[in-house]
Design a protein around this ligand. Structure first.
Ligand SMILES: [Zn+2]
Length: 310
């Protein structure tokens, strides 16, 4: 049998030098001359934590004592969990909160190169968790590596920060991208001036269905509020409205777009910090030139707008 450690092998060598030769070694120490002991048992480094095959890691996690190895192990385990969604597995709100707290302590230990408060917080938190909790959390929160949270499509870059599945995220992104591909003229210019990043966000990120965040030059979309089709106030309509804001962010327009003459839909009258709503609405109305309301009502204004922006 090979030695289990360097220490054990040194012990074997020490015994051998003590007795010098095999013939000089007492009966019950004869085994130290077995050549197998010269080798050290090769231990495969654990590259990645695999919940299915290494269930005894949970015992090890619960015995956390604050050593570097313990910190590393806990950090590695947490990294296999998807904690970004903010959604606790059903019936596990308490345990989920404990796990999020553990992650915070690990971040603190990392940030301050060791933190005794972090270590004692981890110890205290683990007291509230059982092996069963850890197994369940691993099963329910294992991040799926084959499911990206970013998709770079032809017309924009999409990011999934919502709790939508990858399939939903992909489907929504593809639908929007296909639509963006139909833009032409100044509508297209608002899109192509720079690559556009579109984020699908969680419910608590904002109240509206979609929004252009000027400071970051990104779109936020709430996937749980998507209204399909392309009628007035549908998601596609709102996207073009938001592109109107983006157009103003990157281009100068030569007319006073905030004058009352540009009032159209009730949306265009909403109090806005940016005073851009009249423009954004006309930007969208001029793309969706349907017959019927509300487009027909503002036909003259829309045509005048198109002539000026072109
Ligand atoms: Zn707006």
């Amino acid at each position: 049998m090979p030695s289990r450690s360097e220490k054990q092998r040194n012990f074997i060598f020490a015994k051998r030098s003590e007795y010098k030769t095999k013939s000089n070694t007492p009966e019950d120490w004869q085994w130290v001359w077995d050549s197998e002991w010269e080798k050290i048992e090769e231990r495969l480094p654990m590259k990645r934590y695999k919940p299915l095959f290494e269930s005894d890691i949970y015992d090890s996690l619960l015995k956390f004592d604050g050593s570097d190895a313990d910190i590393k192990q806990l950090k590695e385990w947490l990294s296999t969990l998807n904690l970004k969604s903010g959604k606790a597995p059903s019936g596990m709100a308490k345990q989920y909160a404990e796990i999020k707290f553990l992650q915070k302590q690990i971040d603190m230990i990392e940030a301050y190169k060791g933190s005794s408060i972090g270590v004692s917080n981890i110890k205290a938190t683990l007291q509230h968790l059982t092996k069963d909790d850890l197994i369940k959390l691993t099963q329910k929160l294992s991040a799926k590596e084959d499911e990206p949270t970013t998709l770079e499509l032809k017309n924009a870059i999409y990011h999934n920060e919502s709790i939508s599945s990858y399939q939903t995220f992909k489907k929504n992104s593809e639908a929007i991208d296909k639509f963006l591909g139909t833009l032409t003229g100044f509508h297209k210019k608002a899109l192509t001036i720079k690559p556009l990043n579109i984020y699908f966000v969680k419910k608590d990120a904002m109240k509206s269905k979609a929004k252009y965040i000027t400071a970051k030059d990104v779109f936020y979309i709430r996937p749980d509020k998507i209204e399909s089709g392309d009628k007035y106030a549908s998601l596609l309509y709102i996207i073009v409205h938001e592109l109107g804001h983006r157009y103003l962010h990157f281009n100068k327009v030569s007319f006073r777009h905030n004058d009352p003459e540009w009032i159209t839909t009730p949306y265009s009258k909403t109090d806005s910090m940016t005073e851009e709503e009249k423009f954004a609405e006309l930007f969208a109305l001029s793309f969706f030139k349907y017959s019927g309301k509300p487009f027909e009502d503002y036909k003259d204004k829309i045509e005048k707008f198109v002539g000026l922006v072109k």
